[in-house]
Structures are given as C-alpha cells and as structure tokens.
Design a protein around this ligand. Structure first.
Ligand code: SF4
Ligand code: SF4
Length: 159
C-alpha cells in the first residue's frame, strides 16, 4: 500500500523539489502555491508527502526517540505558511477521510494509530460519534495510517 512507501515517496518528491528550487532559483511563492493547490485537492499532504524539510525532520526524529526533535518539528511547522494554509484547507479539501459507520467494527485500531487522537482522546475520534474528526483538524498531515490499519475498509480517503 502507498502508506508503507510514504517515506520513499517523500524522499523522491522532497529531494526533487529541493533540487528544482535551488537549481533554478524558483521563488518560494511558487512552493506556497503548490501547497495551496495540493491543500485544496488533498488537504495537508505537503508536510509528509512532499516537503524536503519534513523529510529531514522525519529522519532526525527516527534517530531521536526521546522526542526533542519531534518538538522542534512542531515548532517548525508553526512557522511554515504552507502548513498553515494546507492545514486550514483540511476542512474544505476535495479528498477526505470518510467513515462507513455501517461496516465499522468499533475496534478502535484507527484511533490508536492517530497522533491527534493520542493528544486529545476525549475530543477526537475517527469512529466514535459526537467527537471531532481528526482528519478535518489543522494538525492532520494525511499520514493515512488510520486508513491503512482499518481491517475492513470502513475508513477511506476519497472525494
Ligand atoms: S491521516 Fe489519520 S492517522 Fe494520520 S493524522 Fe490524519 S486522522 Fe490521524
Ligand atoms: S479501524 Fe476501521 S473498523 Fe476499526 S474502529 Fe476504525 S473505522 Fe471502525
């Protein structure tokens, strides 16, 4: 599945973007445009699927289990206009994480995978009624771990 290859995809897209921007002196405004257009279609996919800085931070995080780098990454994202715009667009994007409630087994596997639910378990859930959906929140970077772990396809990411 695509989610298993996310870091490979991020390496290719992030590396290519970095090369093109630095080699051809492309204005960072164009990168912002890429983030906004991808945000309208897919939501906040730029950080975890396309961003060179995101790739570096993820590699550093994997070498730093105590979480200090993770905190730095959060601060970095707070300062990044692409993250602001595409995060805000999570509410309005064409592609969304959708639940088929009639087939959901209430197993909770999706929530266990989601870092947003982990931070605020009473507020967010991918399957519990009367909770906010983490996929619509500013913080969801469309890792799609929730969709990948669902045992029977009750969660999908589609238009
Ligand atoms: S894609 Fe799913 S698991 Fe990942 S942050 Fe968004 S809601 Fe949580
Ligand atoms: S992983 Fe799938 S089946 Fe299990 S609670 Fe989440 S949506 Fe429902």
């Amino acid at each position: 599945m695509l989610v298993d290859k996310r870091v490979v995809i991020l390496s290719i897209t992030g590396g290519t973007l970095f090369y093109v921007v630095s080699q051809y002196h492309i204005s960072l405004w164009y990168l912002l445009l890429v983030g906004a257009v991808s945000g309208i279609i897919f939501g906040k996919v730029f950080c975890r699927w396309m961003c060179p800085m995101g790739l570096i931070m993820e590699l550093l995080m994997s070498m730093n289990p105590d979480g200090k780098i993770k905190q730095m990454y959060q601060y970095h994202k707070i300062g990044c206009p692409i993250a602001w715009i595409s995060g805000w667009l999570n509410k309005f994007s064409l592609f969304k994480i959708k639940l088929k409630a009639e087939s959901c087994l209430n197993c909770g596997a999706c929530d266990k995978k989601c870092y947003i639910v982990a931070m605020e378990p009473t507020k967010f859930s991918l399957y519990k009624p009367k909770t906010e959906k983490p996929g619509d929140s500013y913080t969801c970077s469309k890792c799609l771990e929730c969709v990948a772990i669902c045992p029977n396809g009750s969660l999908t990411y589609k238009v």
